[in-house]
Design a protein around this ligand. Structure first.
Ligand code: ZN
Length: 277
C-alpha cells in the first residue's frame, strides 16, 4: 500500500506529555480518532494503573507498547537485582494494560564504569533473567536499539544486528525488536537486519524525523516530513516483511512540538502520517 492505513497511527504519549496529563492524552487520542497509544510508566503511576487501564479500554484504544523497561546494568549484584525487580513490575503493569509489548531501553554503562563489553554482557544476563519472568506470563519484550550517541547513558544495544544477536542467543519466543527510525535510519544494514528479524520479531515501529541540523541530542526530534528520513520507504519495507502493527509517533521536542497546542500537534501527526508515513 502506498499510503499508510490511518488506523495504524499510534501516539507515544511523550509527544504531548509536557502539555497534557495522561488522562487528557487518552481523551485526546479518542477525540482525534487515533487508535493506538503507548504510555510511559511515570504517567501511568500518576494516573493509577487501574484507572489508566479502565480509560484506555473505555475509549477502545490499543496499547502498542509500554514505555519502558530495561536499564539492566548495575555496579553490583544488589543494584542489578533491584533493576530486575523493577522490570518485573513493569511486565505486570504491561499485562494489566494489555500492551503489545514492553519496550526495553536496555541501559548504558554503570556509574563510573568504562567497561562497555561488560555492560553489554550485563544486558544479556538481565534480559535472560527477565525472560524467565515474562515468558510464562505471555508478555513480549521488545529490545529498542538506540543511536550510538546514547551508548553511555541509555542503551549499549545500538544496532539492529546486536538486537537480533540477542534474540538468536536467548530465543525469540516472547522476545523481539522495537524499531525506532530515529535510532536506526542511518544503519547501512537496516534492510538486511529487518529481513533477518522477520515479522515474528518485529514487535513495534516508532516514527519521527531526523532534523538536519539537530540542536539537541535528546529533545529535538522532528515531525514526520520535517527531516531527512524517508519514513514511507522504511514503513513499506517493514510491512513488506509482514509487519502488521501500528506506526507509533514518538517526538521529544522541547523547543517546538512541546510548546504547541496539543490538539494542533495531534492534527499535524495525523496529517503527516498520511503524507509521509
Ligand atoms: Zn522509540
Amino acid at each position: 500500500m502506498h499510503q499508510p492505513d490511518p488506523h495504524k497511527l499510534s501516539l507515544n504519549t511523550a509527544t504531548v506529555r509536557q502539555q497534557w496529563t495522561l488522562a487528557q492524552i487518552i481523551e485526546g487520542c479518542a477525540r482525534h480518532d487515533i487508535r493506538g497509544i503507548s504510555p510511559w510508566r511515570d504517567q501511568v503511576a500518576e494516573l493509577g494503573l487501574l484507572q489508566t487501564s479502565r480509560m484506555i479500554k473505555q475509549h477502545g484504544l490499543t496499547v502498542t507498547g509500554y514505555c519502558r523497561g530495561g536499564m539492566f546494568p548495575g555496579n553490583d549484584e544488589a543494584e542489578r537485582r533491584r533493576h530486575l525487580q523493577d522490570n518485573q513490575r513493569a511486565v505486570d503493569e504491561a499485562l494489566e494494560l494489555n500492551a503489545a509489548c514492553l519496550v526495553l531501553v536496555v541501559g548504558g554503562l554503570p556509574a563510573g564504569s568504562k567497561d562497555l563489553s561488560g555492560a553489554r554482557n550485563q544486558v544479556r544476563d538481565g534480559l535472560s533473567a527477565l525472560l524467565d519472568y515474562s515468558r510464562p506470563r505471555g508478555m513480549n519484550l521488545a529490545i529498542e536499539p538506540l543511536h550510538p550517541m546514547y551508548a553511555a547513558d541509555r542503551a549499549c544495544v545500538n544496532t539492529l544486528s546486536q538486537a537480533n544477536d540477542l534474540c538468536d542467543e536467548l530465543g525469540d519466543d516472547g522476545l523481539g525488536l522495537a524499531i525506532d527510525l530515529y535510532h536506526t535510519w542511518w544503519d547501512p544494514n537496516f534492510q538486511q537486519e529487518i529481513t533477518r528479524a522477520g515479522s515474528k520479531r518485529l514487535l513495534a515501529f516508532h516514527i519521527c524525523d531526523w532534523l538536519n541540523p539537530t540542536q539537541d541530542l535528546l529533545e529535538d526530534r522532528g515531525m514526520m516530513g520535517d527531516g531527512v528520513i524517508n519514513i514511507r520507504a522504511f514503513r513499506q519495507s517493514v510491512e513488506a516483511l509482514g509487519y502488521i502493527g501500528f506506526h507509533e509517533v514518538e517526538i521529544f521536542s522541547r523547543k517546538n512540538w512541546w510548546m504547541r497546542d496539543p490538539d494542533e500537534v495531534l492534527r499535524v501527526c495525523k496529517a503527516r502520517h498520511k503524507e509521509h508515513g
